[in-house]
Design a protein around this ligand. Structure first.
Ligand code: COA
Length: 468
């Protein structure tokens, strides 16, 4: 393999090198399994990017992973079909019959280009005919089709011989006529039919982007099947849909794939290094979508201490501080945090701690527990993890015999969450406790520090307030 042409573009060099031992562990798990990769758009016209993706794929294959590449139409298809050819209701392309010969030519052209790059990089490959995807016309959409069946035997035969199967966009109807079929959907159906371990959507974005609460966007790390449905409906605080039009077909195809049994779908930047990182590290850089989330909330152990310190440090940055720079999360050294470990909960994703919270009895208020140390790692915020660990904390306290919980915060995000489960203390009962907490805040910001109470008595319906 020509490793020099696998060099990723320079802006990707910041990604850390993958630990060889970790990679070896992943390769052991993936041996004999199937990866389906979907490439489309810009990367097809960007030789270093395409070479990077193919080189990484070649390395996967050398480790016994069976690989399939599904490619889209790239710029060529856009040029042929133009801007105006979308169905107003479905937003799918309407394909005029006279365009078909041009599309078929473009399809062949792109496939030939990929085959040529593979040959140059020393990657054994087999270009497959669009006819392996059997399609039917979608009424009202001209020659645009949808997948009805596929010839998995041909694909399996190629990949079992350690050859990269290259599947073009499109399909053929029962008479052998070419139909324009969305490659995102084809890739999802191919991955489901092959019971693939992973499906990678290589895109122009780093993953699924969602609002970060500060008017910017950030990559969503992971989401499960229910989460996809929620995301498709979710609107930003300004009323716009969180998922943009470009990501929509990928997300609906992803739902098809995970519902069809694909273990994990990854949406990532089209780049060889990003692909390697996504497959061979626990967290990757893009978005991973699994049918069932491999996360859980459980009591903390002493061994979690370094990870919890790291999360807390991450959660004390400027976006998690008051205007004058006081972190919402109280600073604690390792020895102080260690004392809270026995009553801490940890939110784990694939066994890696990504969030935490603790509680402790309050000596002066019998039956009342104080909640603190509430933090979710930056990359995982805004995806309901905070809400889940907080609910779990209330349940754990209820089971431990507490009848009431209190928590003190100056964070607007936490106030919004706490308001759904409890209410600010207006009785003044907890005034001494609140005063003690306010000492670390500057004048003018002390009044922003609020103490919430949560009723834990079961017959009172928990929060005493309506949840949304
Ligand atoms: C506060 C924190 C724990 C919330 O965790 P999270 O996983 O991001 O929160 P969730 O996605 O579960 O959000 C649950 C609710 O919290 C509120 N919320 C979360 N982030 C918010 C934000 N940036 N602005 C306003 N409300 C927000 C919302 O009510 C949200 O419900 P919604 O999505 O239905 O509107 C997390 O942002 C964090 O670790 N922050 C830094 C540390 C910190 O400030 N800790 C609190 C110390 S008192």
């Amino acid at each position: 393999m020509n490793s020099s042409s696998s060099e990723p573009p320079s802006e990707q060099a910041v990604l850390p090198a993958i630990n060889p031992e970790t990679a070896a562990g992943f390769y052991r798990d993936f041996e004999g399994k199937i990866f389906v990769e979907k490439v489309s758009g810009t990367p097809l016209d960007d030789r270093p990017r395409l070479d990077g993706i193919l080189s990484t794929t070649g390395i996967f294959m050398q480790h016994g992973v069976q690989c399939v590449l599904v490619h889209g139409g790239g710029k060529q298809l856009n040029t042929i079909l133009g801007e105006t050819s979308k169905h107003p209701k479905t937003q799918l392309r309407i394909t005029p019959k006279q365009m078909i010969p041009h599309i078929v030519a473009a399809c062949l052209d792109i496939q030939n280009h990929i085959v040529e790059r593979c040959r140059e990089l020393g990657i054994p490959c087999q270009p497959l005919d669009p006819g392996i995807i059997q399609a039917e016309r979608i009424p009202g959409h001209g020659e645009t089709g949808r997948v009805v069946a596929m010839n998995t035997e041909v694909i399996r035969k190629a990949i079992k011989q350690n050859v990269l199967a290259i599947i073009p966009f499109g399909g053929r109807d029962e008479n052998g006529s070419y139909l324009n079929v969305n490659a995102d959907t084809s890739a999802a159906m191919v991955a489901a039919a092959l019971e693939a371990e992973k499906l990678f959507y290589m895109t122009n974005e780093k993953g699924i982007l969602i609002p970060n609460g500060q008017g910017l966007k950030r990559v969503l790390s992971y989401v499960d099947f229910d989460g996809i449905i929620e995301l498709l409906r979710k609107k930003d605080r300004d009323g716009t849909f969180v998922i943009n039009e470009g990501m929509l077909p990928k997300l609906t195809a992803t739902a098809l794939a995970v519902a069809g049994g694909v273990n994990a779908v990854h949406i990532l930047e089209a780049d060889g290094k990003a692909l390697e990182n996504e497959a061979l590290t626990h967290l990757g850089d893009g978005t991973v979508i699994e049918r069932i989330q491999t996360h859980h909330i459980a009591p903390a152990h002493d061994t979690d201490l370094p990870a919890l310190m790291k999360i807390r440090q991450e959660c004390s940055g400027p976006q998690h501080q008051t205007k004058s720079g006081t972190p919402f999360l109280k600073h604690m050294n390792e020895a102080e945090l260690k004392k809270h470990i026995p009553s801490s909960l940890v939110f784990r994703h694939r066994d890696i701690p990504i969030g935490t919270i603790y509680f402790q009895p309050t000596l002066e208020y019998p039956g009342t527990g104080l909640i603190g140390g509430f933090a979710i790692a930056e990359k995982h915020q805004n995806t309901q993890h905070g809400r889940q660990i907080f609910e779990e904390c209330l349940d754990t306290m209820r089971e431990a015999g507490f009848t009431r919980a209190v928590s003190i915060t100056a964070s607007p995000a936490v106030k919004a969450l706490y308001g759904k489960y409890g209410k600010p203390d207006e009785t003044g009962e907890f005034a001494p406790m609140l005063e003690r907490s306010r000492t670390r805040f500057v004048e003018g910001e002390k009044q922003d520090v609020v103490l919430y109470t949560f009723d834990l008595r079961p017959q009172e319906n928990g929060s005493g307030q309506e949840r949304d």
